[in-house]
Design a protein around this ligand. Structure first.
Ligand code: GDG
Length: 466
C-alpha cells in the first residue's frame, strides 16, 4: 500500500489541544496527519553552520517526522527572504513592500534543491508526495531532476493573485513552469484557480485540455479548488474540555452586561488589523448608545519577527490601540483589549464561545481558519455573528456571514452595529447554515479530496508507514 509523504517548510506534528504552534498550515496538517499515518518532511527549525543533509527521524502521535537543519544564510534568503519578503507580500497584493532581490531567489532555489536531495532517498516507488505552500513551489522540479517519478501534488495555502499582480514578480514564468512538474496543483478557491489559468493561457501560451486540466511548457497539469477546513470533530471535543469551559466562563464573567467582539490573528499586515482597529474606532464614534455595551478583544501573537514589515506593523498597532482606549475609556471601563500573547487552542475555543461577534477582516487571505473555528465554537441556542472580509477565501463558502470590505471603516462599523442588534432567530438561521458548511467541508474532506485527486481514480486508503 502506498504511503503519503507530506512536505512543508516547518514540521509540527500533532501534540494535542495544548499545542501552541500558531498558523493555519500547521493546524491543518497536524489534523490531516493525525488520521493518516504518514511521513512529514521539512525543516527542523534549527540552523547549523554548514548544511549536512542529516535527517532527524522522530515518531510523534502516529506521524513520522523527518526533518533537516538549514544554514543561517538559508533562513535569511529562503524563509525570511524569498518566501516572506517576496512571495508572501506579492501574493497578498502588497507589491509595494515585496522585495525583489536576486540573492533571495538563489537562496530559495538552493533550499528547494537541498530539500529534494535529502528527501529523494526516502521515497519508495509507490509513495505519493504532497507538497505544501509557497516556500516549496519548485520542489517537484528538483525532485524530477533527481529522477523521482512518483505522483507529486502541490497545495497553495495562500491566494493566487490576479494576473497583473503576479507578473510583477521577476522571473514569474520560471516559477510557473516549475509548477508543471507536479501532477496536481490545488488552490483554496475557484477564483485563485481561475487566476492561475488566466496566467497560463495568457503568458505561457497554454491551453485548457479539459475542465481541470491545463497544458503548457510541453506538459499537462491537473488543477482544482480544494477549500481547506478545520478538524471539526476534534474542535467539538475540545469545546467540552474543562479548560475551554473555564475560559468561556471567565470571559463571560468579565464581560457581564457587555458583548464580546473577538479577533484572533497572527500579527500580519495581510490580516487587516490596522483597518479593523480603525473600523472599531469608527463604530465607537458613531454609536454612543452602544459604546458601553461592548468589549473588543484582539489576540495577535507575534509572527515572523525577523521581517521588518512585521516589526513596523506591531508599532503602529500598539499606538492605535492606545489611542482608542485613550479616546473612549472611562475610570470604570475600557472598550479595547489588545494582547500579543499566544493562547492554548482549547482556551481560544472557550474565548470564541463567549463572543457575540467574531471579527475576521483580512485584506487578503487564502482561506482563514479562524472564521471556521469561531462558527464551530458557538452555542447553537444563542450563537454569535461572524463578520467576514470579502477578501478571505472563506467568504466563498460562508455566504451567511456579514460580508464586509475590510478597507472601509464605515462598512466594518455598520456590520458591528447590525451584528449587535441582530435578533436571535436571524443569528440562529445564519449560524446553522455556516455551521453545516464548517462540519461538512472540514479538514478530512479537504485531505481526502486532494489525495483522491492526486492518486487519480485509485480508492483512497489510509497510508501506512513501514
Ligand atoms: C495560512 C493562510 C489559510 C492564532 N492565534 C493563536 C492560534 N492561532 C491559530 C488559529 C488558526 C491559525 O492559527 C491561523 O490560521 P489562518 O487560516 O487564520 O491563517 P494563516 O496562519 O495565515 O494560515 C490561510 C491557512 O494557511 C490554512 O490553509 O486558511 O489563509 O494564510 O488555527 O486558531 N493558535 C494558538 N494560539 C494563538 O494565540 N494555539
Amino acid at each position: 500500500m502506498s504511503r503519503l509523504i507530506v512536505v512543508s517548510n516547518r514540521v509540527s506534528p500533532p501534540s494535542g489541544a495544548g499545542e501552541e504552534s500558531v498558523g493555519g498550515l500547521a493546524m491543518a496538517l497536524s489534523a490531516a496527519l493525525r488520521e493518516y499515518s504518514g511521513v512529514w518532511f521539512g525543516w527542523s527549525g534549527r540552523t547549523t553552520p554548514e548544511f549536512t543533509g542529516r535527517l532527524h527521524i522522530e515518531k510523534v502521535g502516529g506521524v513520522t517526522a523527518a526533518t533537516v537543519d538549514l544554514e543561517e544564510i538559508d533562513l535569511e534568503e529562503y524563509y525570511n527572504g524569498y518566501a516572506n519578503k517576496t512571495l508572501w507580500p506579492l501574493f497578498h497584493y502588497r507589491v509595494d513592500i515585496a522585495a525583489f532581490d536576486r540573492a533571495f531567489d538563489q537562496g530559495y532555489r538552493r533550499v528547494n534543491r537541498r530539500f529534494a536531495e535529502t528527501l529523494a532517498p526516502l521515497i519508495q516507488p509507490d509513495d505519493i508526495i504532497w507538497v505544501h505552500d509557497y516556500h516549496l513551489i519548485p520542489l517537484a522540479r528538483e525532485l524530477r531532476s533527481l529522477g523521482v517519478k512518483n505522483r507529486i501534488g502541490f497545495f497553495l495555502h495562500i491566494p493566487w493573485p490576479a494576473h497583473q499582480v503576479f507578473i510583477s514578480l521577476p522571473r514569474h514564468r520560471q516559477l510557473v513552469e516549475s509548477m508543471f512538474d507536479y501532477d496536481l496543483v490545488g488552490f483554496q478557491t475557484a477564483e485563485y484557480q481561475q487566476a492561475f489559468e488566466e496566467y497560463v493561457l495568457n503568458e505561457a501560451a497554454g491551453a485548457v485540455v479539459r475542465e481541470g486540466q491545463l497544458s503548457a511548457f510541453g506538459r499537462t497539469l491537473d488543477v482544482g479548488a480544494f477549500p481547506i477546513g478545520i478538524d471539526a470533530p476534534e474542535f467539538a471535543e475540545m469545546l467540552k474540555t474543562g479548560r475551554a469551559r473555564r475560559m468561556r466562563d471567565l470571559m463571560t464573567a468579565c464581560t457581564v452586561f457587555r458583548h464580546l467582539i473577538v479577533g484572533v490573528d497572527r500579527l500580519d499586515y495581510a490580516k487587516g488589523l490596522e483597518e479593523r482597529f480603525l473600523g472599531f474606532e469608527h463604530f465607537l464614534q458613531q454609536n454612543p448608545d452602544l459604546r458601553r455595551e461592548v468589549l473588543m478583544l484582539q489576540i495577535a501573537p507575534a509572527s515572523r519577527e525577523a521581517v521588518e514589515a512585521y516589526q513596523e506593523i506591531r508599532g503602529r498597532l500598539d499606538a492605535l490601540s492606545g489611542r482608542i482606549n485613550g479616546e473612549f475609556a472611562d475610570v470604570d471601563w475600557a472598550p479595547f483589549r489588545y494582547v500579543n500573547k499566544t493562547y492554548r487552542r482549547d482556551e481560544l475555543a472557550g474565548i470564541y464561545g463567549a463572543a457575540r461577534v467574531g471579527l475576521v477582516t483580512p485584506l487578503r487571505d487564502g482561506m482563514n481558519l479562524v472564521a471556521k473555528e469561531f462558527v464551530a465554537a458557538q452555542n447553537p441556542d444563542d450563537p454569535g455573528v461572524l463578520i467576514l472580509s470579502r477578501f478571505a477565501g472563506a467568504a466563498r463558502q460562508m455566504r451567511e456571514a456579514l460580508l464586509v470590505n475590510p478597507n472601509s471603516a464605515e462598512e466594518v462599523a455598520d456590520a458591528l452595529r447590525r451584528a449587535l442588534n441582530m435578533d436571535r432567530a436571524e443569528r440562529i438561521r445564519r449560524w446553522r447554515a455556516l455551521f453545516d458548511n464548517v462540519q461538512r467541508e472540514d479538514v478530512a474532506a479537504w485531505r481526502d479530496a486532494f489525495v483522491r485527486a492526486l492518486r487519480g481514480a485509485e480508492e483512497l486508503r489510509p497510508a501506512m508507514v513501514s
